[in-house]
Design a protein around this ligand. Structure first.
Ligand SMILES: [Zn+2]
Length: 194
């Protein structure tokens, strides 16, 4: 936590007095509380208990934990409120629409009777024809692919159904006659996701 940041942060102040939060879920490191200025029935914020400025600071295991809570909240909205769907948003940094200096993931339950039902959250972006041609897409792809992402704390475990994982599994040693096609944990450890 940057010095003094937590003292000024509204979310940290709220977290210091959790009895004032309208909690609908909680994990070891995250709260799920009802937004006090809701934009939807059941509008929920998933917020880390420790001051964390951006979702860019989370490691894979923390995403896993936070997304598990997102999943739980969606189910509670559907079963408890009769929501017909949901939209999840992560607004990353100021340009990305982040409204607080303490990260959050928002769950917006969606209802068929809502005026905006069926509108994807991505509709705030206009279609960009200028980015669509093959050479432009190639240029963008190369710029993004050239970045090596290294999560220091751990490696990302690839989806066992992914093509790259299957290719690796063919070249790795036999698994014996496992009923399940999934690989053993030692195979997974030897896998490098590039
Ligand atoms: Zn904070």
């Amino acid at each position: 936590m940057p010095p003094g940041q937590g003292d000024q942060c509204i979310y940290c102040q709220l977290i210091d007095n959790p009895q004032q939060l309208n909690l609908v879920g909680e994990t070891e490191n995250f709260y799920a509380w009802l937004e006090v200025q809701p934009r939807a029935k059941g509008h929920t914020q998933i917020v880390p208990k420790e001051h964390t400025e951006s979702v860019m600071e989370l490691g894979p295991s923390e995403y896993h934990e936070a997304m598990g809570l997102v999943r739980e909240v969606m189910e509670k909205a559907i079963d408890g409120l009769g929501a017909d769907g949901a939209s999840i948003t992560m607004n990353v940094k100021e340009a990305g629409g982040q409204m607080m200096p303490h990260m959050y993931i928002s769950v917006f339950p969606r209802f068929e009777e809502d005026e905006n039902a069926g509108t994807p959250t991505g509709a705030i972006f206009q279609h960009r024809e200028d980015l669509q041609d093959e050479s432009k897409l190639h240029e963008i792809k190369e710029s993004m692919k050239s970045v090596t992402v290294d999560f220091e704390e751990e490696t990302i475990e690839p989806d066992p159904e992914s093509q790259k994982f299957k290719e690796k599994s063919v070249s790795s040693e036999e698994n014996g006659d496992e009923e399940d096609e999934r690989l053993t944990s030692s195979d997974r450890e030897s896998f490098e996701w590039v």
